[in-house]
Design a protein around this ligand. Structure first.
Ligand SMILES: C[S@@+](CC[C@H](N)C(=O)[O-])C[C@H]1O[C@@H](n2cnc3c(N)ncnc32)[C@H](O)[C@@H]1O
Length: 229
């Protein structure tokens, strides 16, 4: 109880009353989701406890922390991203974003994660929600490094929750730029806790629209349209 009181006090002083209430509602919803579905998404995992397929990128990798579903749904609505284009979660962790995107109505969703243990966990989580999804939803989690994945012509909606630092972000953007050159198309990028957005703005032909703030999250939105930028 003293810990709960301390956390509530810290949240109130850091975020103010409105965002603290949004945070509490978000935590409650995600805990209930895990209880009801039998999934396991909430606990943070530091990189020091994970093995990854590209150790040279681990120093810049952020710990596993999940995005809250309430903030995500608002971000999806605000982004204007089309549900019939592929949705890619860059650094998909335990699969919370992948599951939320599928339940929101995206038709093809791919999670990309470089820690095999998290990939396994996400796949287990997905089996628990599959019966709640329309039969034609194509959802998968791939064990890959985001800087080396081959992004295809239908991969148009990208989600990132501050997965890595500046150098890996540069390599990821260069990989995406190569894909864009090979397959010119519109892009919608949703970037939560956008610590390295300057790298993205410098590397990709994108424009930013006003940010969304919900609970503890600040979310940036970038778009690319070959007709205009
Ligand atoms: C902050 S967590 C976000 C998890 C999930 N996207 C969410 O919002 O709930 C960032 C994730 O990115 C993964 N990651 C970091 N660097 C990566 C890379 N180069 N390739 C693929 N995944 C990476 C981490 O292992 C971690 O699971």
């Amino acid at each position: 109880m003293p810990q709960l009181l301390r956390r509530t006090y810290n949240s109130l002083t850091r975020l103010g009353p409105r965002r603290s209430v949004e945070t509490l509602l978000s935590i409650a919803e995600d805990s209930l989701f895990d209880m009801r579905m039998g999934t396991d998404t909430t606990a943070r995992i530091p990189q020091a406890e994970l093995e990854v397929i590209s150790p040279e990128h681990q120093a810049e990798a952020k710990p596993y922390v999940m995005t809250r579903a309430r903030a995500l749904r608002r971000a999806f609505e605000y982004s204007g991203a089309p549900l019939d284009k592929s949705f890619i979660d860059i650094g998909s962790g335990k699969g919370k974003v992948v599951m939320t995107a599928a339940l929101f109505g995206f038709k093809r969703i791919v999670g990309i994660e470089f820690a095999p243990e998290l990939v396994e966990l996400a796949r287990r989580n997905l089996t628990k929600v599959r019966s709640h999804l329309p039969a034609d939803t194509d959802v998968q989690v791939v064990c890959a490094d985001a800087t080396r994945y081959d992004y295809g012509p239908d991969d148009c909606v990208f989600f990132l929750y501050n997965p890595f630092g500046a150098d890996v972000m540069t390599a990821f953007c260069q990989q995406l730029a190569r894909s864009l050159k090979a397959h010119p198309r519109k892009l919608w990028i949703i970037y939560t806790d956008p610590a390295f957005i300057d790298v993205m703005l410098g590397q990709l032909p994108v424009v930013e629209k006003p940010r969304l703030i919900y609970g503890g999250f600040e979310i940036a939105f970038l778009t690319h349209d070959p007709a205009t930028n």
